[in-house]
Design a protein around this ligand. Sequence first.
Ligand SMILES: NC(=O)c1ccc[n+]([C@@H]2O[C@H](COP(=O)([O-])OP(=O)(O)OC[C@H]3O[C@@H](n4cnc5c(N)ncnc54)[C@H](O)[C@@H]3O)[C@@H](O)[C@H]2O)c1
Ligand SMILES: CC(C)[C@H](C(=O)O)[C@@H](O)C(=O)O
Ligand SMILES: [Mg+2]
Length: 366
Amino acid sequence: MKIVVLPGDGIGKEVTAEAVRALHAVIGSELPLELTEAVIGGEGLERFGDALPPDTLDISRKADAILLGGTGVPEDERRAPSEGAGYGLLKLRKALGLYANFRPVVLYPELVDASTLKPEIVTGVDLIILRELTGDLYFGQPRGVSRDETGARVGINTMRYTDAEIERIAHAGFQAAAKRRKKLCSVDKANVLETMALWREVVIEVSKQYPDVELTHLYIDAASMALIRNPKQFDVVVTGNVFGDILSDAAAMLAGSIGMLPSASLGDHNKGLYEPVHGTAPDIAGKDLANPLAAILSVAMMLRQSFGRDQHASRIEQAVRSVLREGYRTADIYQPGCRKIGTRAMGEAVVEAIRKQKVGGEAEFA
Ligand SMILES: NC(=O)c1ccc[n+]([C@@H]2O[C@H](COP(=O)([O-])OP(=O)(O)OC[C@H]3O[C@@H](n4cnc5c(N)ncnc54)[C@H](O)[C@@H]3O)[C@@H](O)[C@H]2O)c1
Ligand SMILES: CC(C)[C@H](C(=O)O)[C@@H](O)C(=O)O
Ligand SMILES: [Mg+2]
């Protein structure tokens, strides 16, 4: 198992360290683990003048899977977006063709009270936001800031999708839904944007190949409301890059915290990039306050998707479940009566829970 670890910036480093510990704990000496650490984001800019240094891209191409913490530094605010630390990650996703970003939103029953929403609304939430990841406003040309004929400064980004790009993400959505509760909701803005009218048209064409999956459509504004009003109506939600970015942060509150959301970015080949949905959280970086569970759960997604190790993945998920059941909480999911702990201690609790599991036995997995 050749894995490249890209801790990135801020809490990316802190949560990735705990994710790697969990990975070692669950794999033990059962399988050869080859981990290589490389630089990306702000650290890349600082050390090599490049948010995606060529060596990082090169070893990422050769790896079976990539585990990433987060990229982005406060100095980004002074840089052009396409020159910032976050852009290193965008370039990596694009270069590796990772167009399908699965963001599962699952509320652990222990965290019902950590959610800001009513228990009856969120209990049992289990949905996936499937975000297209290599197109849209993020990559469309033209982009930039220039002057128009009157001398006014004009900022331009282009929402762009080809039919082939829409088709492949639609297929990913239908296939994911087919394995679950067979409901796919496509989210667009087809009433106003040509790109999104094409999106809807192509999704409807693709749907003919999946007669068993029920397809619905929502505009992004209405979808944002529906997600908070009645999240349990959703199974798989497929949407574009920008809408998916926003919708998934909103959906984090259904799971109690953004510190609980893992993700997997996949393409047509077997390689995947796994990362928490959250960013580098400069406000809490370096304070041992970050919740490492999203990063740890991203390792579970990696073991399942890239290596077919379902049992190891389930062990990580069960370990997360058991630390929550024991009452361990980082500050973002803290509730009175629980034990408030830091990033390192949460990682250690997960490792302990993994060690206590009876592998192949029946007890702990219930
Ligand atoms: N995938 C990524 O690498 C990624 C994702 C989002 C943002 N970013 C970057 O991160 C930087 C900060 O962005 P932001 O503040 O808008 O978003 P953010 O996700 O970093 O933080 C938003 C809020 O959530 C909290 N938070 C995030 N992760 C947490 C965790 N694991 N545990 C507890 N609390 C957590 C933060 O403290 C903050 O209050 C920016 O540079 C941005 O570009 C990177
Ligand atoms: C940091 C940024 C480039 C990134 C994105 O917008 O894709 C982040 O917000 C995410 O959700 O992964
Ligand atoms: Mg985001």
